[in-house]
Design a protein around this ligand. Structure first.
Ligand code: ADP
Ligand code: MG
Length: 483
């Protein structure tokens, strides 16, 4: 009876508030806000009080750093308390790490319920350490996400037969609620709208549910961060960062093919997020089953949610996209010109957009000269010729090797002698200029990473200005490849 009166919920709440005031004084505002405030007291049974913590990560932290002090303080208010159960409870407010480095609390979306008793020898906090750790997690999480393109919204996405399924799936995921399919796996050829849809999902969530943490990053960045974590022996923090994420999007996962370590890590991060009911969205240039160099277990896991592909665009869709671009740009483009573009540039939407912009820019630069079919044909002459005859990286490597009289295998070799390194750089430069391949894609053809390609492109550009014979070589090669 006495215990009931002392320990009814109201009393426990009051005691908790008193305790909070005390802890705030002891630990300082930042630590208090970060670790103590999100907790709330539950019931007491046989002298053991339940304290709810929003996530596993926080529970571990609090148990290690504050449990002993909390227990002591609570005992001083209420001698019936003998122990504290720290319980992970999805109902407790959860810390949100934002991209801009700010934080707030929301309801947690995960459900876990493992309680533990506080260890006997938990150290009392070391303020600086806590603040540093805390800052480093929120900073790293903020820096993980790549910037989102403001143009890539659902409103700006034109829907047609070829992409309606992927669009509907993306919308469903963005609207949240019950996690319907996890992961959502989007795949298509290059330039058909995967990244656009992923950004659109992120924008939508940011607008409708700003408390949800969305991280969008390329598979390359994921890999890079992981390799960095291994280098600094800090894979724990790496994992923790991702646990604070509600929606994780990884773009172009084909780039983690053949990287066994990263795959393994990706697999674990991915599994634990799915188990935690977090939404995952992935994209690639092939379906999960067709991805080469990806371990079977990971493949089947990637495909276990919803797999949605975007087909090559149709003439009608291309025309609609051009109409939407026209509206956005506020420039009137004759129907005939739009039809011409939609007929001619069928490869992908990125190139279609590029062509449209070129025509519009041209007419504007020539102080408002009218956009006509002739103007479009003229402006796009080079581009269309290149489309008529696509150059491949293999061809470039072969022609460059022939030109410099070296074996083609040197394109991929590790040799750094000038006689092979310079032709290799020239080939990388031409691959960047004459194909629509991305730097990492080019890099892979040379067994190098994208930074090497970037360096090569800059180097050749730089040398072109001072080295006439190199400029002539490039001209001849370009003509040869485009003829
Ligand atoms: P992917 O990631 O599949 O290579 P992106 O999402 O980067 O392709 O799309 C390339 C370009 O084409 C972007 O500028 C994007 O806005 C545009 N785009 C692709 N599909 C559509 C569409 N259905 N409606 C409007 N723009 C589109
Ligand atoms: Mg993309």
């Amino acid at each position: 009876m006495v215990e009931e009166i002392i320990n009814n919920n109201e009393n426990l709440k009051q005691q908790w508030e008193q305790l909070c005031t005390q802890l705030k004084n002891e630990l300082g505002e930042v630590n208090f806000e970060s670790w103590i405030k999100p907790m709330s007291p539950g019931d007491i049974k046989n002298g053991k009080i339940d304290l709810f913590v929003p996530t596993n990560f926080m529970r571990n932290w609090v148990v290690t750093n504050y449990s002993e002090r909390i227990q002591m303080l609570w005992k001083s208010f209420n001698e019936n308390i003998s122990d504290i159960n720290f319980i992970v409870n999805p109902g407790a407010p959860q810390r949100i790490f934002r991209r801009d480095g700010t934080t707030s609390f929301s309801r947690a979306s995960s459900v876990a319920n493992n309680s533990i008793n506080s260890p006997k020898t938990a150290p009392i906090t070391n303020n600086t350490k806590v603040i540093n750790k805390w800052n480093s997690i929120s900073e790293t999480l903020a820096s993980l996400s790549a910037p989102l393109d403001p143009r890539f919204t659902f409103e700006n996405f034109v829907v047609g037969k070829s992409n309606e399924f992927a669009y509907a799936a993306a919308r469903k995921v963005a609207e949240g609620g019950e996690v319907a399919f996890n992961p959502l796996f989007l795949y298509s050829g290059v330039g058909l709208g995967k990244t656009h849809l992923m950004h659109a999902i992120a924008w939508h969530i940011k607008e409708k549910c700003p408390e949800r943490t969305v991280v969008y990053l390329s598979a390359e960045k994921f890999m890079y961060k992981f390799v960095q974590a291994i280098r600094y022996k800090d894979t724990m923090t790496f994992k923790e960062q991702f646990r604070a994420v509600d929606v994780l999007m990884v773009d172009d996962v084909q780039f983690i093919c053949n990287k066994e370590n990263t795959q393994e890590e990706f697999f674990h991060t991915f599994n634990s997020l799915i188990e935690d009911n977090r939404q995952i969205i992935l994209s690639a240039d092939k379906s999960p089953s067709n991805l080469e160099g990806i371990e079977g277990r990971l493949k089947s896991r990637l495909g276990c949610g919803l797999v949605a592909d975007i087909h090559p665009s149709t003439f009608d869709l291309r025309l609609e996209i051009l109409k939407s671009k026209e509206q956005q740009s506020g420039v009137c483009v004759p129907e005939k010109v739009k039809e011409f573009l939609a007929h001619k540039i069928t490869s992908n939407v990125r190139e279609l957009e590029g062509a449209f912009q070129r025509v519009v820019a041209h007419s504007q630069l020539l102080s408002g000269c009218e956009i006509t079919l002739e103007l479009a044909q003229n402006v796009l002459k080079d581009m269309l010729r290149a489309f008529d005859r696509r150059v491949t990286i293999d061809e470039i490597q072969k022609k460059v090797a022939d030109h410099y009289n070296i074996p083609q295998r040197e394109m991929r070799s590790k040799r750094r002698a000038r006689s092979v390194a310079r032709p290799r750089q020239v080939a990388m430069f031409l691959a960047k200029q004459l194909t629509s391949r991305s730097l990492p894609e080019i890099g892979r053809k040379f067994d190098r990473d994208h930074t090497t390609v970037m360096h090569a492109v800059r180097k050749v550009e730089e040398l072109c200005g001072i080295d006439n014979s190199l400029a002539e070589d490039l001209d001849a090669l370009r003509r040869n490849l485009e003829s």
